[in-house]
Design a protein around this ligand. Sequence first.
Ligand code: AMP
Ligand code: MG
Length: 509
Amino acid sequence: MTSTQDQSPDQSPDHAPTFPFDNSYARLPDRFFTRTRPTAVAAPRLIRLNENLARELRLDPVSLTSLAGIAILAGNTVALGSEPIATAYAGHQFGGFNPSLGDGRAILLGEVVDAHGIRRDIQLKGSGPTHYSRRGDGRAALGPVLREYILSEAFASLGVPSTRALAAVSTGEVVLRERALPGAVLTRVAQSHIRVGTFQYFAARSDVDAVRALADHVIARHYPEAAAAPNPYLAMLDGVIARQSALIARWMNIGFIHGVMNTDNMAICGETIDFGPCAFVDHYEPDKVFSSIDERGRYALSNQPAIGLWNLSRLAEALLPLLADDKAVAITSAEVSLGAYVRRYEEAYLAGLRQKLGLVEPHADDPALAQDLLDAMAAAGADFTQTFRRLAELATDTSASEKLDDLRKLFGDTTAIDLWISRWLARIAQEASTPEARAAIMRRSNPAFIPRNHLVAEAIAEAVENDDFRAFERLLQVLSRPYDDQPESARYALPPTPDQVVRATFCGT
Ligand code: AMP
Ligand code: MG
């Protein structure tokens, strides 16, 4: 169970939490990072500790909620065994290269090996200035911290690879953005925070030794099977391509728009990272953009698969000196690897769509069937998540007129959807699977509950304006079981009313 903690000090056991840190990144060469301690904040208060995740990380939730624990999560004290660092990276931001980004408002406390034997970074985000802050204050506002908490935990429950939120702490300080806002610190957990941009940082400096040291670290940590391959660095590139093509296919299957797919926001480990101006589509619009800073739609929903390839091409470029001694040979190898991306993506995307449609046996015309549904949704402005969920509800009882009407109601003019439903019924009639098995697959591929923008906005507004975290807690609770029917929470499954629609999301830095 996770819970809000606002314990008075005398109830809190005040033993400092111990972290079984083993900080492999801090053992890399000095030019990979800058040693930086978090900056203390005025009045730390725990908003929420993710107790399940704490246990998964082999941390004691009780001591994390003690005053000593909260002090660590706020950056006011540095835990024993922590070697705090801000890491260096570069990145293409909206296509333009910046050779010097780095953790401007994040500090890696260290790494722990979790209960499954997986190494995980524990990072504070919003913990004060670092060597890489440039003109920024190194801080985070409460709203974006809650947004990242909600989104990353929703992803985990949806089964989509993502960084996680271990804790959120308010600072008792204000941060100055368009206006003064309450400040907060997020404790973020990732398999690692190494990005495409981390490789680019060293490649841009022609520091091949560093690119190699980083690649060796990545292979040992994330792609151990690559070590035994004839060309380990090429195998590592293939591994990243495999994980990212699968990840972006998952995003497309749930209607998620990342919003800022800069190369510094693409994680080498294959987790979704940096929930900034991101959003889920409500009514399906393939070219939807939410981010107010994405004026040209570079990171529009339908553009994400292509941008994934663009980013991976920048990774391949950074790796060229490792791929072969001869540059022409290296380029050819990289091109072959990148050439597999589209096929991998299409396969993963189609496999996801098949599950969403309850199709177990592949047929050649499945892509057209799926695309025609998407086209009907786009033409009618039908809600993406609801359409698929209602289709899932039809799976066991295809003749239920009430359920059929629930689906048809999402479309204004029902001509196209009626035609499509008759094709789908004919198609599933050819399947050997039972309706029950089909319904089960569809229900676990088509969530009822996603972190819809208006719900996230509502939870944030209550917290920021009224210091009331009940809506945040309630939303987290609903989103922890996205595939279950929760009749008591029916309103969380609904698309926004016209006055609830969130038109744009902001970077929120
Ligand atoms: P993001 O848009 O969050 O992916 O951040 C892009 C870059 O800007 C990264 O190098 C961040 O560390 C940096 N950055 C974002 N916000 C701040 C801030 N408030 N203070 C310092 N650096 C920041
Ligand atoms: Mg970022």
